[in-house]
Structures are given as structure tokens and as C-alpha cells.
Ligand binder design. Sequence first.
Ligand code: SAM
Length: 256
Amino acid sequence: FHCPVLLAPGLELDLPDGAARHVQVLRMQPGETVTLFGSDAAGGPAGEFEATILRMGRSDVRVRVGAHTPADREAPRTVHLLAGITAGDRMDWLVEKATELGAASITPLLAERSVLRLKGERADKKRAHWQAVAVAACEQCGRNRVPPVPAAQELAAWVQAHGPAPTATPTDTGTPGAAPLRLLLSLGDGTVPLAQALQAAPAQAPVVFLSGPEGGLSPAEEACARAAGFVPVTLGPRVLRAETAPLAALAAITLA
Ligand code: SAM
């Protein structure tokens, strides 16, 4: 279960509501153990903790945190998604599956042709909802690092925040890592097959996939992406749905 607090052996805490309900549905008993993982934001170590149930209340479940295991269930290559927001529950589906497949982050793109228009309080609620979908997907699939789902943003804002061209970022050791490979999933002209684009970059380079919503990216967005160093790639001769395309590209890398 995800516990968004700084976890450490010996700490006693009440499980978050959703986790407590789950433990009660399973009719677990004091003395039994559950697996907890924190969040990067809380600053604890990566991996997971065994925790022992101390008390089962009516609605609360008290546990004591025990041993830490640095279990790493991340994909061998870092893949970020910047995906056009889709309508209905299709975006939920995309966030859930992308989390299972190991996306390092999932940024909802407010594309010109996105049917769902998000602003203000509604945008905040949606962001929180998608982040909760990612947490639930981690709990279901055993992933112990929750991919961040940042606030929905327009492509121009993303480019401004991340730089007009890919640049190397420092690694944990302080030495610069390979510059992220920016790839645009495109139905336009001048595309290369995904495998070819990947072969041309260092194997450890993180990848950012940009994909459009149901109606695709506008010509201005395609031009903005190409100017920002996104290499246009094709996933083949069929037009994939907006949620299928980024998931297929993600799977092609993380399951390779
Ligand atoms: N009529 C829209 C158009 O022409 O752009 C279709 C958009 S498609 C449903 C949604 C997104 O999925 C596209 O913007 C693109 O990013 C991605 N996509 C779908 N099929 C693809 C393919 N075969 N190769 C690369 N990207 C694809």
C-alpha cells in the first residue's frame, strides 16, 4: 500500500483510508503483515517496508513499520509520457496502464484539440484523480514508485519549462547523463520507425514520448514539437487510438 509519509522502521501509523478498507475486506488480523511504500516527495528511501498490523479498528488499521527492502521494480529505461488529454474515462485507462508498464511520469497535455477542457478547480481535481489512479495501479501491480502526474499543461508551457532543446541532466552521481530523447508520435510527414530513432540514441538516454489526443495534434503543435527537438516517429501504417499509441510505444521500450 502507498503511504505518503516518511516511512522508517519502528514508526507506528494508521493506514490511509483506502488501504485500511482493503485490509478489512481481506479480513486480515493483528500480527499479519502488509507491504508499504512511500513517495519520493516524502524523502524516504526507495523500495518498500514490511509492516505488521497492530490493531484493527472499525475503520482504522494501525501498523508498525518493520524491515526495509530496496526492491527495484522500475523499467530499465526511463520513459516519460506527454499525452494529449482524451475524453471520458480513456485518460484514466491510459494513466493506469502507463503506470503498470513503468512510465516514469505521465503529463496530461492540454492539446488544442483535446475535447476535455480543464481549468482552475476542475483541473486540480482531475490532476488529483489521475494521481490517485496511478497510486492504485502501483498497489495493484506491485510497483513501489508512483509516477508523478503533473498538472495538465499546454505544449508551449512544457517546452518552456523543459528547454527548447534536449539537454543532459545531472545523474545521482553528479555527472551529466545522456540527454533525453524527445520523440513525437506522428501521423505526419518525415517520420522514422520507432526502432530506428531509438537505435540512433545512447541506450541509457531517457525517452519522452509526445502523443496527440483523439483529433491529433494541431499543425502548430506539431511544428512546436519538431522545433523543440522532438523526432517524429511512426508506429506503423494504422491509426492507433490516442491512448493506444503512447502505451504501445512505452511497451516497445520497457518490455524490450
Ligand atoms: N485524425 C487524427 C490525426 O490525423 O492526427 C488521429 C489522431 S490519433 C487517434 C491520436 C494520436 O496517436 C496521434 O496524434 C499520434 O500522436 C498517435 N498515433 C496514432 N497512430 C499512430 C501511428 N501509427 N504512428 C505514430 N503515432 C500514432
